[in-house]
Design a protein around this ligand. Structure first.
Ligand SMILES: [Zn+2]
Length: 142
């Protein structure tokens, strides 16, 4: 059973899947909290052959997405502490927000990259148009 079916834009973003085929994993380790190499990515999608780093320095733009996610988390934690808690000192808010950002950083890092790649790589339901199959067609005449 699939949690989010293929073709839905949120699938590659939330599950960190390839935006071209919505099947291949965007990261080597499926668990974002895997200590060693939580940011390791394969060069190509194992399912469709989509290149994950489209050009050198491609993921610099993902920092802006990650920054926006960090702001959203900070505001959410601040509001939650304000609503749920009794009198908090300013240092309590700083520690609470900092702790939340630290604990969420592996997931927001991956989500930032996933969102950034999904912006530039559209979904393709036809396997004949996947990069892997295009390469095979080029090789066949030889
Ligand atoms: Zn793929």
């Amino acid at each position: 059973m699939r949690i989010i079916p293929k073709g839905i834009l949120l699938r590659p973003i939330l599950l960190h899947k390839c935006p071209k085929c919505h099947e291949g994993d965007l990261f080597t380790h499926p668990n974002p909290f895997h200590i060693n190499g939580y940011f390791d990515q394969p060069e190509l999608c194992h399912h469709c052959g989509q290149k994950f780093e489209i050009e050198p320095g491609f993921y610099y733009g993902a920092m802006y997405v990650n920054y926006g996610a960090s702001i959203a988390i900070s505001v959410a934690v601040f509001v939650a502490m304000y609503v749920l808690g009794s009198p908090w000192e300013p240092i309590d808010y700083i520690v609470g927000v900092g702790l939340a950002l630290f604990l969420m950083s592996p997931y927001t890092f991956r989500s930032g990259r996933s969102i950034w790649l999904t912006i530039f790589v559209p979904y393709e339901s036809n396997p004949e148009k996947w990069p892997k199959n295009s390469a095979k067609k080029v090789e066949q005449p030889k």
